[in-house]
Ligand binder design. Structure first.
Ligand code: CU
Length: 120
């Protein structure tokens, strides 16, 4: 009987550890891409400011701009030669081509807002 309890306790401990590291890993690596991922543009930061997307497939990012200042008006993917004008208090879809694995910074036109797209 004691043996069974010890085993159950051990399994629970393992489950907690796995869960902990899985959650912690997610926080470290930032948001994972989902079909509906929205990036908020607000108070000088993109939220999330690090986005993982799958390499080798077209993706659409949605930028929800809440900052009316001109600073936030454009989002620029310098390496991809892509930029988009963002409407205020609305969500703008930005379509991206198939990406090779790598890191693609995105910024506002003045580079005050900064984010990182990671194709994995
Ligand atoms: Cu700016």
């Amino acid at each position: 009987m004691i043996g069974i309890l010890v085993n159950v306790a051990g399994l629970l401990l393992i489950a907690v550890i796995v869960w902990w590291f899985w959650i912690a890993g997610r926080n470290v690596s930032g948001e994972h891409y989902q079909e509906s991922l929205v990036i908020q543009v607000k108070d000088g930061v993109y939220e999330p400011d690090r986005v993982e997307v799958p390499a080798g497939q077209e993706i659409t990012l949605q930028f929800q701009r809440e900052d009316p200042s001109p600073c936030a008006e454009y989002v620029v993917f310098d390496d991809l030669d892509i930029s988009a004008q963002l409407g205020v208090h609305t969500t703008t879809n930005v379509r991206l081509p198939e990406l090779e694995k790598g890191e693609y910074p995105f910024t506002c036109q003045m580079k005050m807002y900064r984010g990182l797209l990671v194709a994995v």
